[in-house]
Design a protein around this ligand. Structure first.
Ligand code: NAD
Length: 353
């Protein structure tokens, strides 16, 4: 059965399907194609219905809903962020998402999005860096070597040609694992003993740590001219990674300002501090990097349109790969208004059996 043949079943992409899909397409090809879909959607930014994500905070973390629509399709993602989870054998971030037909409201896809979020976050970071980092950037420091880190490295390799990594994590075993996982992927890898050592000679610095506090992963003296900072880990109120002085020296680029002002590094700045929207740079309406010595900062928090793009991309792969199952998710009485009658017919069948 193809993704669309039966109106009453919904294609479901499980974690297992997603892994097979990524491996079948090839991780770097997947990241490159996904980056193209994200750019496509950023180029039509004004068509989208946009709202800051709806966040439910607790002492331990956050659960968020991220909706958007382009008028034809509607998408949302459910995602959590719980930094303490890894100590209990759980992921910090897990997610799933839905894509629906705006015309009739029926879901068209239900997908795991834990792996897909790592892929889309990495693809988004690389798209931003393509427009903001110095051309020919080859060396990237990654501070925070957890679940997102290898995906970040692979996206920067596939999309920018970054092939030298400098890794640091508070937990050396995380750095070991990240280095091991990437060892056959064409990188030259340096394991570093401090964030200071990691940023030495880096063209790009990715911060992707998880802690529910205003951390100082990078202090002002660690950031030299010309660097591009890809700040991924600060994505909640009270959860940031950069010293405020770095922000004051940087040209700052964001996804959707009303959300980033609440959640991003710029929560440390005045509410009207000037920032540029990335979509305007991609569309050629605003300049990205304006000189070799500028410090550019992508204050990434993750926005609904990126998840919409990711779901749209995954859906485009279903028919050719068959990597989904049909879910019996939508009630389908013979006569649409006879929902209760359907229950009665089921009861009769069960009694007859
Ligand atoms: P993870 O828990 O798997 O990994 C985080 C790593 O950071 C761990 O290895 C931890 O030891 C390390 N770390 C914590 N504090 C550190 C410090 N001070 N210095 C160095 N390393 C430190 O988490 P993950 O899934 O990789 O996610 C990382 C962060 O990225 C989270 O905060 C998450 O919310 C965020 N995130 C953002 C986006 C986005 O779109 N911007 C998307 C996904 C995840």
């Amino acid at each position: 059965m193809t993704a669309n043949q039966n109106l009453n079943v919904v294609p479901f992409v499980s974690v297992d399907h997603m892994m097979r899909l990524v491996l079948k397409v090839g991780t770097e090809t997947f990241l490159t194609e996904l980056a193209d879909v994200i750019e496509e959607d950023f180029l039509r930014w004004e068509q989208f219905d946009k709202t800051p994500r709806v966040a439910s905070h607790s002492d331990e973390g956050v659960i968020e809903l991220m909706p958007t629509s382009d008028g034809t399709l509607y998408g949302f993602k459910y995602v959590n962020g719980h930094p303490k989870n890894t100590k209990e054998g759980r992921q910090t971030v897990t997610a799933f998402g839905v894509l629906s037909d705006v015309g009739n409201g029926y879901p068209m896809l239900l997908s795991e999005m834990t792996i897909l979020t790592a892929l889309r976050t990495a693809a988004m970071s690389a798209v931003a860096a393509k427009h903001l980092a110095r051309p020919n950037s080859r060396t990237m420091a990654i501070i925070g070597n957890g679940a997102q880190s290898e995906f970040q490295a692979l996206a920067f390799k596939a999309i920018l040609g970054v092939d030298r990594l400098r890794l640091y994590d508070l937990d050396p075993s995380a750095t070991e694992r990240c280095a091991r996982n990437l060892s056959a992927k064409g990188f030259s890898i340096t394991k570093c003993a401090s964030p200071q050592e990691a940023v030495e000679g880096a063209d790009i610095v990715t911060t992707v740590t998880a802690d529910k506090l205003n951390a100082t992963i990078l202090s002002d003296n660690m950031v030299g001219p010309g660097i591009h900072i890809n700040a991924v880990g600060g994505d909640c109120p009270g959860k940031t990674e950069l010293h405020k002085d770095i922000l004051l020296r940087s040209d700052i680029f964001v996804e959707y300002p009303p959300q980033t002002r609440i959640e991003g590094e710029i929560q440390q700045l005045d509410a009207n501090y000037p920032v540029k929207e990335l979509w305007e740079v991609i569309a050629g309406k605003k300049q990205g990097r304006d000189n070799e010595r500028a410090i550019t900062l992508f204050d990434s928090v993750g926005f609904a349109i990126e998840d919409f793009s990711a779901l749209r991309y995954v859906r485009s792969k279903l028919e050719e790969t068959g990597l989904f199952v049909d879910l019996d998710l939508l009630a389908d009485p013979d006569e649409p208004r006879d929902l209760y009658g359907m229950l009665l017919r089921c009861e009769a069948k069960l009694q007859a059996a």
